[in-house]
Design a protein around this ligand. Structure first.
Ligand code: GRF
Length: 201
């Protein structure tokens, strides 16, 4: 079974969806490690409840980003992690780190990229007045929210949506899409050709 790590900073509802998909054998992988950059991330409770090893790595405990990421890579290598899933991880990884896991890092973004990149995608989409937003799962490259797109799905914006109500509907789609994308990656069904990802079935 392939070993994966999930990186989180917050609630961890996507982590939960991945844990559930693994339990139901919809994703054939071992979740060997959950990494958080915040001690209080609720995601850590979810991982512990599922018996998954957790590690908190706080950047402020390291003299530089390089040293922080070196430690991260050492941990990943020692546990033979083959792919990394970013699920609400609020840090940007350096090109050096990304190169070590080239085309093996997935991210999920709560908008239809390339619209509404960045930390406040749901709020920004609402403020812009779009009628449709959505979810993007993409491979991570050196740009922010910029790598080749694996899966996307639209979500309608309703007239009385708040950031919270819209994000909840987006999350529901995320929880279904992310396990699918992880399976495609682990089963080596993704062929990256420049910006495009071909899915071979
Ligand atoms: C998700 O909406 C994801 O798209 C974004 O951060 C949020 C994380 O939510 N990158 P959760 O912690 O998985 O509930």
């Amino acid at each position: 079974m392939k070993k994966i790590a999930v990186f989180c900073s917050g609630q961890g509802t996507n982590l939960q969806a991945i844990l559930d998909a693994i339990r139901k054998k919809r994703v054939k992988a071992t979740l060997a490690l959950v990494v958080s950059d915040r001690k209080r991330a609720f995601a850590l409770n979810r991982a512990e409840r599922a018996g998954v090893e957790t590690i908190v790595l706080r950047p402020r405990d390291y003299p530089s980003r390089r040293r922080y990421e070196q430690r991260l890579l050492t941990l990943l290598k020692s546990r033979r992690i083959e792919a990394i899933v970013l699920a609400g991880f609020m840090r940007i990884l350096s090109p050096t780190f990304i190169r070590a896991y080239r085309n093996r890092i997935l991210n999920i973004h709560p908008a239809l990229l390339p619209s509404f990149r960045g930390m406040n995608a749901v709020q920004d989409a609402l403020a812009y007045g779009v009628r449709v937003t959505g979810v993007t799962v993409h491979l991570v490259d050196d740009g922010v929210d910029a790598g080749p797109i694996v899966l996307q799905e639209p979500v309608q914006v309703r007239p009385h949506d708040t950031e919270h109500s819209l994000h909840e509907r987006i999350r529901r789609v995320e929880h279904r899409l992310y396990p699918q994308a992880i399976t495609l990656l682990l089963e080596q069904k993704l062929r990256v050709e420049g910006r495009k990802v071909k899915i071979v079935r």
